[in-house]
Design a protein around this ligand. Sequence first.
Ligand SMILES: *Cc1c(COP(=O)(O)O)cnc(C)c1O
Length: 356
Amino acid sequence: MTAILTIDLGAIQDNWRLLDGMHAGETAGVVKADAYGLGAARVGPALAAVGCGIFFTAHLAEAVALRAVLPDVRIGVLNGLFPHAAAAFYAHDLIPVLGSLTEVVDWRAAARALGRVLPCFLHLETGMHRLGMTATERAVLAGDTSLLDGLRLEYVITHLVAADAPGDAVNERQKTLFRELAKQFPGVKTSIGNSSGMFLGADFHTDLARPGAALYGVNPTPWAKNPMRHVVTLQAPILQIHDLEPGESVGYSGVWRAERPSRIATIGVGYADGYHRALSNKATACFDDTPVPLVGRVSMDLTTFDVTDVDARPGDMLTLLGPRHDADALAAQAGTSGYEILTSLRGRFERRYIGA
Ligand SMILES: *Cc1c(COP(=O)(O)O)cnc(C)c1O
């Protein structure tokens, strides 16, 4: 008996349509980290089927894998070009998001050697300080525009520091700076907003939006009700139920002790599946629609719940992630984000794709 991870591709498609309907520009599908753990090989084609024509991965290898299932879309690689990778990029028709002068120079050299114009995005640093052209590098580029010879600059992009906090002044600062910097590339289209960025106002939509998490049902507006459809459901069958007397403990180190005669249900999901150990004694699951508390430590392959107050039997399902208890809710109990909950889900589930 294994746990079942159900991924609603139809809901992902509806979420993309909703986001795409919010603005006039293009809407990408960000499918890095195997589409946030949900399976890029299934999610990518589902998004392409509703009109998504541009995708982003973080790594080259992810993009190469995506190319195998999506021969006709544009695929950008957010982490950029690294030394000696140019041949793999053009062999698979991938677009590097160039984030430094070195990358620009390498990609131009590849274009020259091929005698072909090669597409690229240019990442401009505006406050994140991870990737992107710095002020010094932009000055060099401004002084020598031949650095972009043979390259077709599709979009200049930047990435927001605090898009999920609309009150944070850094959002306006980045937007204003980015607009100013983009003037260095007249006529080139621009891209700012991730999922939450799209909800900061029309100024943040620009020509290309780059949502990831919202497609997968994570709330892009943590300050308000989730506007997205629910996508990910994780259910696990109860393997055994043990009756505990008051004073008896459950699991490693006995961190939970029964205070009343208790029925404890064990499921075959643990931290090795991405069900975080930090959830020990904190999370809830649902039996039908009733919350049941996680008791004791989450162990590698097993977790225990107090089902004293519900009529649960071995073989019945507990819902670890569902519409009543989604990735954001579980994240709050684990002290992390919905992003990390989704990307942590690992391979031991039976995966069911529905809705497309
Ligand atoms: C991950 C990422 C996105 C998507 O972010 P979400 O918050 O998941 O919508 C967009 N742009 C860049 C540069 C990213 O790294």
